[in-house]
Design a protein around this ligand. Structure first.
Ligand SMILES: [Zn+2]
Length: 272
């Protein structure tokens, strides 16, 4: 058996590859293989509703190196689904986070009260289960920071798809959050990522949010976890550091936040 490689690898910390609304079963397998070829060793499938989270769980449990999160997206808040038999559902060794949860005031039909209540319930759940969160927050960071402030025992968590102002970026860092960087950074000239210093690598995780937000130069095609490689190379150019350094730092961050096992240990179960 060849010795496990020590070269840095990539992790997709946020995607929806489990979702049959966007991916055929053939695409799912192709994209897992593509990810392997791009040296993406671990993938987190993010749930957006109770039913979708169960699909993420089934997908994670049937594919090596895939993990899942239990989440109810803020846009689902008005549906007021209950958490029926939740604790049965959440007994899973590949469950690594609660999310995506958060606040989204982007579309005019949002209901603040329902979103606040749902977020508070999900934060309590994360604390009960001692899990970090993957947060989706759009046009709502001040309210979000105020609510999360009431949950001081929350584990260090990720603000997924961070695109807000530089001021809010600094505030998020001050409050201990990690930031999820995805394809948007590669094609939109975002203020918050205009000037970056290598120190920020300590608090970044990479994500595709596949099937959405395909990075340059793959715009126009469906997004897939293997495209993490394009986000890593954009970031390495931006920071003037090697892709290996980007991969090593960001993957360490993902493994630390989501408490993922060592992928080398997984791929060599027979070795001691
Ligand atoms: Zn997402």
């Amino acid at each position: 058996m060849p010795a496990p490689s020590r070269e840095p690898y990539l992790i997709d910390s946020h995607c929806h590859l489990h979702d049959p609304e966007f991916f055929t079963p053939e695409q799912q397998l192709d994209f897992l293989e593509d990810a392997r070829q791009q040296n993406v060793r671990q993938i987190i499938c993010i749930g957006t509703s109770p039913a979708d989270s169960l699909r993420a769980r089934a997908f994670a449990e049937s594919h090596e190196n895939v993990f899942w999160s239990y989440g109810i997206h803020p846009e689902e808040a008005v549906k007021k689904e209950d958490f029926k038999s939740l604790f049965e559902v959440l007994k899973s060794s590949s469950l690594v986070a609660i999310g995506e949860i958060g606040l989204d005031y982007h579309y005019p039909s949002f209901d603040k009260q329902s979103q606040w209540r749902l977020l508070e319930q999900m934060l309590s759940l994360a604390i009960d289960l001692s899990l970090p969160c993957s947060f989706h927050v759009r046009d709502a960071l001040p309210d979000f920071f105020a609510i999360v402030h009431n949950f001081p025992s929350l584990k260090p968590s990720v603000l997924h798809s961070f695109t807000d102002s530089k001021t809010n970026l600094n505030r998020a860092l001050d409050q201990g959050f990690y930031l999820g960087l995805n394809g948007i950074a590669t094609f939109a000239n975002l203020d918050c990522y205009r000037t970056l210093t290598p120190e920020l690598l300590d608090r970044l995780v990479l994500e595709t949010d596949a099937p959405f937000l395909t990075p340059a130069p793959k715009r126009g095609k469906i997004n897939k976890p293997g495209n993490i490689a394009h986000i890593a190379s954009w970031l390495s150019e931006k920071l003037g550091v090697s892709v290996s350094q980007v991969a090593e730092k960001t993957s360490n961050n993902v493994r630390k936040v989501f408490n993922l096992p060592n992928p080398e240990a997984i791929s060599c179960p027979g070795s001691s």
